[in-house]
Write a protein that binds this ligand. Structure first.
Ligand code: PGA
Length: 255
């Protein structure tokens, strides 16, 4: 029996104008959504303020897709943890593989970003995941261990126990490719992540931390993935840009 509440997040990436974003939020709000699952929308920065207003009293949470590793100052174009906090944003995605590969974010950068989020009491969704080449060389567990240990370096249990700390396992080969990890492959890595958390932070945090799977999640595969013991949710990219398919993923959890 799973004791963690499911959490489904939508990562909009760099999609939608503000008008399209408003339509998408209205579409999600107007969909019949089953109770008992936490829902987080992560639209672009430019949409966050409007989204906050639209989501008032909806029970749907809001997240950003990244944040600055710096606190404030002369960092043109950057968005700080405190700026997000001042918009009453609840979550922030950190270390998405597109940030790691396209924008060259290292585990050290991700660690600095994570600490910014924790200092500002933003709930992190920390992404980890291996490339196809790494999986084929049987390096999946060691890559994930390094991402976790370096990404979480210097972070103490006391600074995450009061927050909703979420980890998303997103195999890079499954993101936006239509290829999904099988429920068994995903469960194997999720169980491994939880065992690493046990070593790093102890049993209480390991048991309470929700682990999302991400990578070509759609209504057709979400239920099988989410039925696995250590898969507590999903981080959805492409399929979250359509209100009906996002709602269907949410509703598949308790179907
Ligand atoms: P996808 O993206 O669902 O389009 O594969 C997932 C993600 O990048 O978070």
């Amino acid at each position: 029996m799973k004791h963690r509440r499911p959490i489904i997040a939508g990562n909009w990436k760099m999609n939608t104008t503000i008008a399209e974003g408003i339509d998408l939020i209205q579409g999600i709000k107007n969909s019949p959504l089953s109770q008992g699952t936490d829902i987080v929308l992560c639209p672009p920065f430019t949409h966050l303020n409007t989204a906050k207003t639209l989501l008032k009293n909806s029970g749907i949470y809001l997240g950003a897709q990244t944040l600055s590793e710096y606190t404030s100052g002369a960092y043109t174009g950057e968005i700080s943890a405190d700026m997000l906090k001042s918009l009453h944003i609840e979550y922030v995605i950190i270390g998405h593989s597109e940030r790691r590969t396209i924008f060259h974010e290292s585990n050290a950068t991700i660690n600095a970003k994570l600490k910014q989020a924790l200092n500002s009491q933003l709930n992190p969704i920390l992404c980890v995941g291996e490339s196809l080449e790494e999986r084929e060389k049987d390096l999946t567990h060691s890559i994930i261990a390094t991402q976790l240990r370096e990404g979480l370096a210097g972070v103490h249990a006391s600074s995450i126990e009061t927050l909703d700390f979420v980890i998303a396992y997103e195999p890079i080969w499954a993101i936006g490719t239509g290829k999904t990890a099988s429920p068994e492959q995903a469960q194997d890595v999720h169980a491994y992540i939880r065992s690493e958390l046990r070593i790093l932070f102890g049993n209480t945090i390991a048991e309470k931390t929700r682990l999302q799977y991400g990578g070509s999640v759609k209504p057709e595969n979400s239920q099988a993935l989410l039925s696995k013991l250590d898969i507590d949710g999903a981080l959805v990219g492409g399929a979250c840009l359509n209100a009906e398919s996002f709602a269907n993923i949410i509703n598949s959890v308790h179907a």
